[in-house]
Design a protein around this ligand. Sequence first.
Ligand code: PFF
Ligand code: NA
Length: 453
Amino acid sequence: MSMREQWGTRAGFILAAVGSAIGLGNIWRFPATAFENGGGAFFIPYLFALLTAGIPLLIMEFTIGHKYRGSAPLSYARMNPKSEWIGWWMVLVAFVISTYYAVIIGWAISYSIFSFNLQWGQDTETFLFQDFLQAADPGQVGGLVPGILIPLIIVWAVTLGVIYRGVKKGIEFANRIFIPTLCIIFIIIVIRAVTLPGAAQGLQAFFEPDFTAIMNGDVWVAAYGQIFFSLSIAFAIMITYSSYLPKTSDITNNAFITGFSNSSFELLAGIGIFGALGFMATQSGVPVEDVAADGIGLAFVVIPQIINQFPVLSGLFGFLFFASLTLAGLSSLISITETYVKGLSEKLNLSRGKAVLFGGGPAALISLLYATRGGINFLDAADYFINQFGVALLGLVEVITIAWFMRRLGVLQDHANGISDIRVGGLWKLCLGLITPIVLGYMMFDLFRQNLL
Ligand code: PFF
Ligand code: NA
């Protein structure tokens, strides 16, 4: 057995964990989620979710990976062979996510190039669905769309190339470049956004608290959902990344740094997006809520419209926005893909290169499905299913198994406290053993009620 690969430095690990956390969830999911769920008042359930579930679970996953020194399936198998399937379930969810996450990054690459001559024109919605995705006519399904295909190949070449080079020379190296670059670009964009005319109006709409929201169960569900997705929890990622830490590393502190960096970036994104939306609302003389959007609609329809109206250097700012989406997305995609590449390589005793071929290869091939005419429908369906059922259910199974069936919290607590300055105790166990399962259980119940009843 050769030595387990390791991060070169602690900063390298933190950059990689933060790189996994910061992604599309921060840029296009958080701002609209906060806005629709109480605005300024959303920060109360959001902070509560961060402190009672987000950071406690990060500490738990970091500790599992560090103590059992394996990707999710191997770590679970070492805790108890009967629980190995949980790791594989996580790996499977990660695999599915990676197939469509890659496609969206490909779009972002295309749009960063379209920015230079504002190629999307005035009707950005028609441009996206008809010209670019060629998905308008439902009869016209099938056939690869070259405009989507080529950037997608680039995305997979970069991702699999980085993973092939390994933990230190590949993943750590890439994140050392991507994450600082991303932060600089993003700060430039946010400064530009909040200095646009009308930005104040957008910010006011964003921060205006609706305190009645706090009494609404859906708002709490939204807060927990945001925290889980945003911190890449229950996707096997954080377990895999922490398994490459050296024998001593302050795990608890790492978890706090990762959690707060991700939330800071999220807040910054909210400010930038709503500053820009305020500008757009002022230009078109409508209230901010009429232009607010999320997801694909925000990034590929509304943002191009806003860019069109920029007073100066519109092409450059368009490029910077889509470049930041690309970098944020790539660092997350690398983390998702590494979890199943490593899982496979450990299970079948494969070299890194072979595992990249047999794990990453199929993912890349499946993602071609979304690069076909009408492929966006598959993408929507996969994303919906994963986010609604994969995440909450998997998180619930994870905490219940560890806290109740296997009763491992005490062992994990001792392990984390043995190497960390910040000590975790009864409160941490209460969050994981009781508060988080109750909230996730309620989330599942709520989902089934809404979807099946
Ligand atoms: N945490 C990422 C984000 O906020 O966009 C999303 C993500 C990363 C989801 C990795 C899933 C994943 F496996
Ligand atoms: Na995130």
